[in-house]
Design a protein around this ligand. Sequence first.
Ligand code: NAD
Length: 479
Amino acid sequence: MSQAYPQLQLFINGQWLSADGRKSEPVINPLDESTLGQLPHASPADLQAALQAANAAFEGWKRTSPLARSDILRKAASLIRERADHIARCMTLEQGKPVREAKLEVLAAADTYDWYAEEGRRNYGRLVPGKTPTQRIAVHHEPVGVCAAFAPWNFPAITPARKIAGALAAGCTLVLKPAEETPATAQELVRVLHDAGLPAGVLNMVFGVPAEVSGYLLDQPEVAKFSFTGSTAVGKMLASHAAKSMKRATLELGGHAPVIVWKDADINKAADALVAGKFRNAGQVCISPTRFYVHRDVFDSFVSAFVERTKKLKVGNGLDESSQMGPLANPRRIEALTRLIADAQEKGATLHTGGKRMPGKGFFWEPTVISNLPEDAGLMNEEPFGPVALINPIADMDEALKRANRLQYGLAAYAFTQDSAVRQQLSNGVQTGMLGINTLNISMAEAPFGGVKESGWGSECGIEGLQAYCNIKLVSEDQ
Ligand code: NAD
């Protein structure tokens, strides 16, 4: 057991609950496959208690002034910043990403608590002019009620933070199930709220078998809304389950981001940004740049600039400050990448570098660059969710848009060009929830984060992220 890794617990009705005879599962360090700790699973009675606590706390939290709610969230944000080194270390141990990346993510979680703390105070309704002199029409924003949230393992701080802060700022209560693979990071984000004075029951955290926990929570009439980040397949399953009782939903699902590198782009700048972006978190990122469509005039120079930089990446222990990429978070990605890369090679694609698991302990995969893939290769259709860049040439804008929009995914897209006409064509033509032009920075607390098509419903963050936890009530009054 690692010294820095905390004891894992459930958090129900303001109480921390340890294993105490509950079922549990080991949490594995992807660096060396050692066991970091044992994660207790919530029993059916625990799930019921968590839901009852959230339900009982709802009226009080709804009536708590937005200013008082804001104070707690802001205090929690400061505590996150104070504890950022510890939380980042926990994240690297359980998820594998370099500790420098982990710390940036933890600080982004603090920004998210701060953003919602402020935005919750500006949850304005509006007055609409009446149809007669005496009619008064008011639009109120009310918290939707008790919420359930399911967060994944690739961003163990920012994904729970968005769900927790959005719900709490709007006046909702929450039962959160973070990923079982990365529980300590989420636990520390819950702990700061407890330490900041959050009333018991407003936020509850459980772990277990994902399908059992979500199955239970989505069956309950008290749950008014759920939020899920993860794969499109699971998102569809949860949405259809929750549709039986018309629960509101925010779904942030898979992506397969196209990147258009136009002929006028600064190739070195584009390669610098895209290598950093592609191999961040070993590519296990829903908005990871994935399908590179490079104008044929600059295709060869872009491929060589990208491959040269990729070969220089330092892959290693995430706790080592000089590592630029850590291991994959779990062995499932190794199996998937082995299959997908073999398929691409069989279909005639060119492997420039990488392509296989690294020898020794841990779930390390070589940073990989592949070009000239046919559109029917699995990698061009299925989310790789790993450190694999796919580079194909394109001839013109029609081809760029046709290929970019080919898939049912529509989460993120990127472009590198200085040409304003090209930018406009891409802004209008790419079917996506988020488009980065000459930047990969599309994720921040102030702006909506979400996808279209099968990449999801609704947005987190921005004003939209708060509204996602609100009902709209119209009150029309007359004398
Ligand atoms: P998966 O589809 O089994 O699980 C994805 C996530 O959903 C995990 O966090 C898991 O705990 C959760 N989950 C699974 N079944 C659930 C259920 N019935 N109820 C509630 N939660 C459930 O796949 P995986 O192997 O963990 O991840 C691989 C794939 O998932 C990737 O290829 C990627 O497409 C997707 N993914 C996307 C994101 C994202 O940020 N959108 C994050 C993680 C994983």
